[in-house]
Design a protein around this ligand. Structure first.
Ligand code: GA4
Length: 317
């Protein structure tokens, strides 16, 4: 459904789309076809009845919020975000900035259990909240990826989930904090697509996320009280031979309330090849991107700016 909405950034058109809210407890074949439809149409959808307990989410949210309320010098004890640690304003290495501070964490279970997390008042509690949350969102991401493969009628239904289940998976976890900014409609995190396979996002109920369906419009995604927001990343667009869309999105800072989002980015191992399963390459749908590894894609994206398109550099024609 499309409805008119007041324009949050002057000179830009905005509309409201109700993103599909998919009930994961519904009948499996129905769920998988709804997921495929959403990925083809929007590249984004929300999931409810996802099986992740409120307690697991609340524990992580509470640890994240208590980290961001610390003075900057204490947050800096997490080290610089190169690749894991605390960062503020600067995004990536090529001059992108935003009204955001963040904590980037490794998702590897060994790194979590051995991580020192000395920046936290209670490092053990922090580590247990992260490992509980990681296990849960990774499980959810794998379940959704399996349903995608089933909905696409791909014979090997774990073809996508296998990549993020792998011990050497390059998945990361990011906590973003957008302090309230009096000046209205400031961009907290500039427009970009997510490079990985799948993103599982949860925010603290404060609006800010917007997606761009590609026609120059920005569409706010109002926060849902219990859902996770799921989106397709560049790697999945390549592995579905362009059937699923990795859609540009951004986050605005709120003028009243602090916004915190928690994003799990499910990624393949560095050596994994991002090629589509055979069923998705046909004479009518020839191979859209040349084969490349996640490692190669990752070095390309870190040489570019946040808002740059990257996948087209790998196109076959
Ligand atoms: C966007 C998605 C994730 O937040 C992220 C970001 C990464 C970073 O902040 O270091 C990147 C950005 C993200 C894409 C282009 C490059 C890399 C900043 C940047 C300019 C952690 C990721 O994997 O890619």
């Amino acid at each position: 459904m499309v409805v008119a909405s007041p324009n949050p950034i002057r000179s830009e058109s905005v509309r409201v789309i109700e993103l599909p809210v998919i009930d994961l407890s519904a009948e499996r074949s129905k769920v998988s076809s709804l997921i495929v439809q959403a990925c083809e149409q929007y590249g984004f959808f929300q999931v409810i009845n996802h099986g992740i307990s409120e307690d697991t989410i609340a524990r992580m949210e509470q640890q994240g919020l208590s980290f961001f309320t610390k003075p900057v010098c204490e947050k800096q004890r997490a080290g610089p975000a190169t690749p894991f640690g605390y960062g503020r304003k600067n995004i990536g290495f090529n001059g992108d900035v935003g009204e955001v501070e963040y904590l980037l964490l490794d998702t590897n279970p060994l790194s979590i259990s051995q991580g020192s997390y000395s920046f936290s008042n209670d490092p053990k509690m922090f580590s247990s909240a992260v490992s509980g949350y990681m296990e849960a969102v990774k499980g959810l991401a794998c379940e959704i990826l399996d349903q995608m493969a089933e909905g696409l009628r791909v014979h090997d239904s774990s073809v996508f989930s296998r990549m993020i289940r792998a011990v050497e998976s390059d998945s990361i976890f990011r906590l973003n904090h957008y302090p309230p900014i009096l000046c209205k409609d400031k961009v907290g995190f500039g427009e970009h697509t997510d490079p990985q396979i799948l993103t599982i996002l949860r925010s603290n109920g404060v609006p800010g996320l917007q997606i761009s369906p590609g026609d120059g419009l920005w569409v706010p995604v109002p926060p849902h009280p219990t859902a996770f927001c799921v989106n397709v990343g560049d790697a999945l667009q390549a592995m579905t031979n362009g059937r699923f869309m990795s859609v540009r999105h951004r986050a605005l800072a709120n003028s009243h309330k602090p916004r915190m989002s928690m994003a799990y980015f499910g990624a393949p191992p560095l050596h994994a090849w991002l090629t589509p399963p055979p069923e998705l390459v046909t004479p009518h749908k020839p191979l859209l991107y040349r084969p490349f590894t996640w490692g190669e894609f990752k070095s390309t994206l870190y040489s570019l700016r946040l808002g740059d398109s990257r996948l087209h550099l790998f196109k076959t024609f």
